[in-house]
Ligand binder design. Structure first.
Ligand code: PGA
Length: 256
C-alpha cells in the first residue's frame, strides 16, 4: 500500500499581494517535481484568485483555510464550498484548532463543514489534537479519538476515503515546541487503528499528516515514522527556504 505524501501550507492570516507573489516565485524556483510530495497552499481566502492565476500549470495546488456549511444564502462574511471550488481549490482545512478555540467551532459544526466540503468535491483536511492540559493529564488518546469518532459517526467511515486527517497537538501550534516523532507517531497510529476498527482498507489508505511547529530541522525525523504521511505547516510555510526544505525531506510516497 502506497500513500502519496502531502505537505499543506497554512498561511493563516498572513501575506499581501506583493509578498505572496515573491514567496510563490521563490517556491516555484526551488521546488522540484521529482520525488516531491503533493503540495497544497492554503492562503487567506481573499487571495485565492491571485494564487489561482499564479499557480496555473504548476506543481502546487490550492486549498481553503475554512468554509461555511451552506452553499449560499444570507451568511455575511462566510465562504462556501462551491466558491472555493470556483477558485480552483482542491482541499479545505476543517476544524483547525484556531477555529475551534478562537471562533468556538465544535465537533458538530466541524462535521457539517466536512460534509459540505465533500459534497462539492473538496478534500477536507480534518484537524484534531489535544490541549496542553489534556496531554498533562494523560488524556491525549481520549481527546483525539473522541474528536475523530464524533466526525466518523456523522460522516461514516467511507467518507474518510477522500479526506485527510491532520494531527495537530494544540500546544505545538505556533509555539516552536514540536511533538517528538515518537509522540506524534503514537497518536497517528492510534488514529489509524481507530479508523481501522471501522474499515481496515480505508484506514490503510488514509493520509494522516502532522502539524505543530514543523520546520526544516524536524521534518525529516517526523516523516521517517510509519504513520506520518506529511505535514500541515504554519509559520515555516511563510519562509521559502524552510518550506522548500520541508517538502524536500518528505519525498513522494510512503510504503505502508
Ligand atoms: P505552525 O502551525 O506550523 O506555525 O505551528 C501549524 C498549523 O497551525 O497548522
Amino acid at each position: 500500500m502506497e500513500r502519496r505524501l502531502l505537505v499543506a501550507a497554512n498561511w493563516k492570516m498572513h501575506g499581501q499581494k506583493l509578498q505572496n507573489e515573491m514567496l510563490l516565485q521563490a517556491l516555484l524556483a526551488g521546488l522540484v517535481k521529482e520525488n516531491a510530495p503533493e503540495i497544497v497552499i492554503c492562503p487567506p481566502s481573499i487571495y485565492l484568485a491571485q494564487l489561482q492565476a499564479e499557480l496555473k500549470n504548476t506543481m502546487l495546488s490550492l486549498g481553503g483555510q475554512n468554509l461555511f456549511t451552506e452553499e449560499k444564502g444570507a451568511y455575511t462574511g462566510e465562504i462556501s464550498a462551491p466558491m472555493l471550488v470556483d477558485f480552483g481549490c482542491r482541499y479545505v482545512i476543517v476544524g483547525h484548532s484556531e477555529r475551534r478555540c478562537l471562533f468556538g467551532e465544535d465537533d458538530e459544526l466541524v462535521g457539517k463543514k466536512f460534509v459540505a466540503a465533500q459534497k462539492s468535491g473538496l478534500i477536507p483536511i480534518l484537524c484534531v489534537g489535544e490541549s496542553m492540559e489534556q496531554r498533562y493529564k494523560g488524556l491525549t488518546d481520549e481527546a483525539v479519538s473522541t474528536q475523530v469518532e464524533r466526525i466518523l459517526k456523522k460522516v461514516g467511515v467511507k467518507a474518510f476515503g477522500s479526506a485527510v486527517v491532520a494531527y495537530e497537538p494544540v500546544w505545538a501550534i505556533g509555539t516552536g515546541i514540536t511533538a517528538t516523532p515518537e509522540e506524534a507517531q503514537a497518536v497517528h497510529k492510534m488514529i489509524r487503528v481507530a479508523i481501522s476498527s471501522h474499515d481496515a482498507a480505508v484506514a490503510s489508505k488514509l493520509r494522516i499528516i502532522y502539524g505543530g511547529s514543523v520546520n526544516a530541522f524536524n521534518a525529516w525525523d517526523l516523516i521517517a515514522k510509519s504513520d506520518i504521511d506529511g505535514a500541515l505547516v504554519g509559520g515555516a510555510s511563510l519562509v521559502a527556504d524552510q518550506f522548500i526544505s520541508i517538502c524536500r525531506s518528505m519525498g513522494g510516497n510512503k510504503n505502508a
